[in-house]
Design a protein around this ligand. Structure first.
Ligand code: GAP
Length: 513
């Protein structure tokens, strides 16, 4: 299946099976805002648990907090968001559509990459086993020509972004002949900066309301609480603070479903360390976070690091963990070495000392910070895209199966009575009443067993059991596995032990090294 089709199918599957709905659906939706349905919320909660427990449970020097979305407005001045949390925007005068100038150029770079990859794929087909990709890439005149164009564009783009050169960005768009996808014209406006924070007012206007912002990241809630946590928790450096919560950005180019949303959720951890140790810790957190992703079993070839060309002025190292989505490798998580910038700024703007007293060194200093920051929704999307599969069965039918890691699946076990009579429903409910304390179960009695299997496959339920007349005699049921469709007869007493080991977050955590 073409990757574009996979993505379209995932989006409609999410809606059809209660994972993700457009927000305010009956009012035709609200741009880049989505609600999670009955299955989506379970999957999302499991992702959050996997992250939270891997941070807070697995590290004795990491604790969690839950800070507010509303914060003192000066925080955003101190963090630099008021002045510099901007996107460069450009409008097409004919279609009146607005675009991010940097995204238009990045898409153009991706087009060169695609061209090069197509050229290589064609050659691979032609030469078969004898094909040496590295050699071909470094000698084929067509590939070399496209690679040069791509690299020149990339270098020019990087320079314009680094220099904050808005006219330079516009010139690239003109020179590359980039057209508006709607009007097809090159009739572009100037490039302007646009701040991404949502503003609102706190207090009534008569009282002199103050402008406050919906937080664009959860990290600042951690920074302004770090000393409270350090003192009350008697934490010693190195230590970390983790938080999961909503963030808001007025994204201009909101697209690709839940990939870029205006209201989304982040899982962030700030790790406070001694100045000078940051590059070692940066390397450790890079490895730890990549292992967390790869532990889901989606294949290491689907992940890569993308080290930042353009570092924020306060960072001395930054990388993204990218996942291979149907629309290419895309950022899911950022790992940043943020030096002492944020704490230093809050010290300056609040006028309060928030230095750490190091009992080992007998001195005070402003800690450095390594941040790991991952979007829950992007993680959700990557999992859905990888897990969605259409399989051709031997009988010619197609089955849609969501091969979710069992520990993340919304429902772990579905229990079906073969018929709605003869005491089978009661027996099925008895099983659920026993197992529901251990994991999420679902009872289903409508339609044929085959149809019930298909519905559970489509939401990723790893196990189904069928209760039949034999169950009433010998307490055994048919256990059916989602991935292999294998069925076997097992005793009801053994079900919990067989399933629980595979479906809990603990089982996933135990595999983490
Ligand atoms: N505190 C650092 C920070 O917020 P970021 O790279 O801007 O860094 C971190 O965001 C992560 O948050 C991203 O890797 C992405 O997964 C997620 N994210 C950012 N903007 C998003 C959006 N508009 N919609 C969904 N997820 C988003």
């Amino acid at each position: 299946m073409a990757q574009e089709d996979v993505f379209k199918k995932v989006v409609s599957h999410c809606k059809e099976y209660g994972f993700v709905f457009p927000s305010s659906d009956i009012y035709d939706g609200l741009g880049a805002v989505y609600d999670y349905g009955q299955n989506g919320v379970e999957l999302k909660n499991n992702i959050k648990q996997y992250w939270w427990q891997s941070m807070v449970l697995m590290h004795e020097n990491i604790v969690g907090i839950d800070s507010c979305i509303f914060m003192h407005p000066t925080i955003w001045k101190a963090s630099g968001h008021v002045d510099a949390f901007n996107d460069p925007l450009i409008d097409n005068k004919d279609s009146k559509k607005r675009y991010r100038a940097d995204v238009l150029i990045e898409d153009q770079i991706a087009k060169y990459d695609e061209k090069i990859d197509k050229e290589v794929a064609k050659a691979k087909k032609r030469f078969g086993d004898a094909f040496n990709e590295e050699q071909y890439r470094s000698t084929s005149p067509r590939v070399l020509e496209e690679t040069k164009k791509r690299d020149d564009l990339h270098a020019r783009f990087q320079k314009a972004m680094n220099d904050n050169d808005l006219e330079g960005l516009r010139q690239i768009i003109i020179d590359e002949g980039i057209v508006c996808p709607i009007s097809g014209t090159r009739n572009w406006t100037e490039v302007r900066q646009f701040n991404l924070m949502f503003k609102t007012e706190m207090g009534s206007t008569a009282d002199g309301a103050s402008t406050i912002y919906l937080r664009p990241e959860t990290a600042q809630g951690i920074f302004v609480n770090y000393l409270n946590v350090q003192k009350t928790g008697r934490m010693k450096i190195p230590f970390g603070i983790a938080q999961i919560g909503k963030a808001f950005r007025n994204e201009i180019v909101a697209r690709q479903f839940i990939f870029r949303m205006r209201e989304f959720e982040q899982m962030e951890m700030q790790f406070f360390i001694k100045p000078g140790t940051e590059l070692d810790w940066f390397a450790k957190w890079k490895a730890t976070r990549m292992a967390w992703h790869q532990n889901l079993g989606f294949g290491s070839e689907n992940y890569r690091f993308h080290d930042h060309d353009k570092l924020a002025h306060y960072a001395n190292a930054a990388t993204d963990i990218e996942f291979k989505m149907p629309f290419g490798f895309k950022e899911v998580e950022g790992i940043h070495s943020r030096t002492n910038f944020d704490l230093g700024q809050h010290e300056k703007f609040s006028g309060k000392s928030i230095k750490y007293f190091d009992p080992d060194l007998n001195e005070s200093y402003t800690p450095y910070v390594i941040e790991t920051s991952i979007g829950v929704d992007r993680m959700f999307l990557s999992i859905m895209c990888h897990s969605y599969q259409e399989e051709q069965l031997e009988n010619g039918e197609t089955r849609v199966v969501l091969r979710l890691p069992a520990a993340l699946a919304p429902i772990k076990l579905a229990v079906f009575p073969l018929t709605k009579k003869d005491g089978l429903p009661e027996k099925a409910r008895e099983i659920i009443d026993e197992l529901k304390f251990h994991f999420n179960c679902q009872y289903e009695e409508k339609d044929t067993i085959g149809k019930r299997y298909r519905r559970q496959d489509a939401i990723g339920t790893p196990y189904c059991v069928t209760v039949d007349h034999q169950t009433l005699e010998d307490n055994t049921v048919t256990l059916r596995y989602r991935d292999t469709m294998e069925q076997k007869r097992v005793n009801i007493c053994d079900l919990c032990g067989m399933i629980e080991n595979e479906v809990t977050i603990t089982s996933l955590l135990k595999k983490l090294k």
